[in-house]
Write a protein that binds this ligand. Structure first.
Ligand code: PEP
Length: 249
């Protein structure tokens, strides 16, 4: 039985004060909720406020990216050492907005993922096809390629904490959600590929989240799919009531 993980990706929203306001309202709404693991990934500048606000609760705090070197001349980047020093436990790697707008490739995803695992984080590695790929019938190939490259030269032992988020790019921030059946089908392709790469035991334990316009009114149907082990939630995670409703689907 895989414990579901419901993770919030705040993207580039909220100030530290707004972060504190969010947790003030959110934590009482999910107090005692142990069925699922809950993680919030705010922008870097909000991480200290989030950690402070979530202290003593069961809500984990994650970052939205991490560099592949511990330190160096990499202006604008953030390292595992810095995140570990704060007390961060999770990190999103390879989000489609990083791939689309900031030149992230399968190879840089691989580098970031290796470093995140090496440093002991739980990485949430995002993969997913764009609309043209889906319409061309290339979804399965794209997912297999993204897995193969992202997990290149990583052992099953090292990858133990890995979480994958299947995020069809056409469903992110668009209000278009993959149907539970479409998502489950993609998750099965990913799990098969992970079986090939890391073996059956690993794949059976691996959590594969769905992301793409998850809202309070579609969360239950998605989470009912056996293949779906949680959600990565963007827009609907910014409001405490809406995110709590998704957590408690
Ligand atoms: C995301 O940012 O990972 C995401 C899935 O966004 P949204 O829920 O807004 O589609």
């Amino acid at each position: 039985m895989r414990k579901k993980l419901i993770a919030a990706n705040w993207k580039m929203y909220k100030t530290p004060d707004q972060t504190r306001d969010f947790f003030r309202e959110f934590l009482p709404l999910v107090a005692g909720h142990t069925r699922d693991e809950i993680v919030v990934c705010p922008p870097f500048l909000d991480l200290p406020a989030a950690l402070e606000a979530a202290k003593g609760s069961d809500v984990g705090i994650g970052a939205q990216n991490v560099h592949w070197k511990e330190e160096g001349a990499f202006t604008g980047e953030t390292s595992t050492l810095q995140l570990l020093a704060l007390g961060i436990t999770h990190v999103i790697v390879g989000h489609s907005e990083r791939r689309q707008y900031f030149g992230e490739t399968d190879d840089t995803v691989n580098l970031r993922l290796k470093m995140a695992l090496e440093a002991g984080f739980t990485p949430i590695c995002c993969i997913g096809e764009v609309l043209e790929e889906r319409e061309a019938g290339a979804t399965d190939d794209v997912l297999r390629r993204q897995c193969t490259r992202a997990f290149h030269a990583i052992s099953a032992k090292k990858a133990a904490k890995l979480v994958i988020a299947y995020e069809p790019v056409w469903a992110i921030g668009t209000g278009k959600t993959a149907t539970p059946a479409i998502a489950a089908e993609a998750h099965a392709v990913i799990r098969n590929e992970v079986t090939r790469i890391f073996g059956e035991d690993f794949a059976a334990k691996l959590r594969i989240l769905y992301g793409g316009s998850v809202k309070p009114d579609n969360a239950a149907a998605l989470m009912a799919e056996e293949e779906i082990d949680g959600a990565l939630v963007g827009g609907a995670s910014l409001d405490p009531k809406s995110f709590a409703a998704i957590v408690k689907y």
